[in-house]
Design a protein around this ligand. Structure first.
Ligand code: FEO
Length: 408
């Protein structure tokens, strides 16, 4: 779509990907953007590139501002290929004097592209790069979310180029937060956090503390995906604080898959008990809800009730997928239980319970099983389980421990 000037002499030169629908297991129904930024100064610097198939968008945008061969420095804030895929072509075209990256970034670039001959210039937190009128200061953000990750801060512009941090997978013709609906924007940002950064929440809290300690004056945050925060950079930092503490509301999820609607009937009965005790709830059938949308709901939920019919001595494939994905993202500070119908062997509840224990979910009771179709007494047990879970969740609030035990 061509370059967009985001500050005097600072340009967005990224690419819009309207059609991507899967981002390593994360559903992206509204596409994404790969943001790159060009800073025009006595020395000209390009911050990150784009996914390889979009290299022409990047080159075309740069060419509308300047001959790409005049770029002096390529800063690689993050090596994942949605940002560095076009780097080999850009380096060939630009032949930069320096490729600036973290030490882990240098290793990752060599591992990805086998180029030991590039003019790497390794930086650490606090190192600076003089562009002339501007100075770039680097902040390593190791494991947020890759070992190589770092951010670049330009104090003269009060601009933080935040790599994946504060991003959203959302393709739009607009470039700034104040040009789009705020609730939709924060919804995409929450989904991004829940699916990319949740497991690194303790590091996010440390990063926010570090940025506060450094006293960085920020009036714009430009992430590598989605909209640029110019109206409300403090708002997204506050949201990251809340999400990283895994603060939850009076919200329970009943997440299930069902074979012949027996487990589904149990799910509805559990929901009745949750509601009776004052919990809001959502029923999420895994045949109809993508794992990454479920994780977004998990972010601010306090109770997780997971159900599956038993199949082939195990659990439904969707539940196996969900548990594997959820375990990797490490939600914290939840209570819950398992439930499910069975015909003869009935392992599902036991297997789900074991997975919940591995995730440090505080279990309420031993779960509920029902043979073939739930009878009245089975449904009553489910409703009672819902009540017990609600009370345990509300007790967490009373005890003030509904945020993750690591706290801030
Ligand atoms: Fe947007 Fe970690 O790449």
């Amino acid at each position: 779509m061509g370059p967009v000037e985001i500050k005097d002499g600072v340009y967005w030169v990224g690419a819009l990907d309207w059609n991507v629908r899967d981002f390593h297991g994360y559903s992206t129904p509204k596409g994404t953007t790969y943001n790159a930024f060009l800073v025009m100064d006595e020395k000209i610097a390009l911050f990150d590139t784009v996914k390889k198939p979009f290299k022409h968008d990047l080159i075309d945008s740069i060419s509308k501002i300047i001959d790409p061969a005049k770029i002096d420095y390529l800063v690689v804030n993050h090596v994942e290929m949605d940002h560095s895929g076009a780097a080999p072509d850009i380096v060939e075209l630009v032949r930069p004097d320096k490729i600036i990256c973290s030490s882990m970034g240098k290793k990752a670039l060599m591992d990805h592209y086998g180029r030991t001959d590039w003019p790497y210039h390794v930086v650490e937190t606090g190192h600076t790069l003089d562009l002339g009128k501007r100075t770039v200061s680097f902040l390593e953000t190791r494991m947020l979310h890759w070992p190589d990750s770092m951010m670049s801060y330009i104090p003269e512009e009060k601009l933080l180029l935040s790599s994946d941090g504060f991003g959203q997978h959302w393709a739009t013709s607009q470039r700034f937060d104040d040009e789009v609906d705020a609730s939709e924007l924060f919804g995409h940002a929450a989904k991004y956090y829940a699916n990319i950064l949740l497991l690194f929440s303790p590091l996010v809290r440390k990063l926010i503390a570090k940025v506060t300690e450094m006293g960085l004056d920020i009036d714009m945050i430009a992430p590598d995906h989605g909209l640029i925060w110019r109206k409300d950079p403090a708002g997204i930092i506050d949201a990251y604080g809340k999400w990283s503490r895994q603060e939850s509301g009076r919200k329970a999820l009943v997440i299930y898959d069902t074979m012949w609607q027996a487990t589904e009937k149990m799910a509805y009965a559990i929901a009745e008990g949750l509601k009776e005790e004052g919990m809001d709830f959502k029923l999420l059938n895994l045949k109809l809800n993508h794992r990454s949308d479920v994780m977004t709901e998990v972010l601010d939920s306090r109770a997780l009730v997971l159900g599956s019919a038993t199949i082939n001595n195990g659990i439904m494939p969707t539940m196996a997928d969900m548990l594997s994905y959820m375990k990797g993202l490490r939600p914290a500070g939840k209570v819950g239980a398992a439930f499910g119908s069975y015909g003869w062997s009935g392992e599902a509840v036991k297997l789900i319970t074991e997975a919940m224990l591995q995730m440090d979910i505080k279990l309420v009771g031993e779960g509920v099983r029902a043979k073939y179709t739930p009878k009245r007494e089975d449904l009553d047990r489910c409703t009672e389980l819902g009540r017990q879970i609600a009370r345990a969740a509300l007790d967490l609030e009373t005890a003030g421990s509904f945020t993750t035990s690591a706290g801030t």
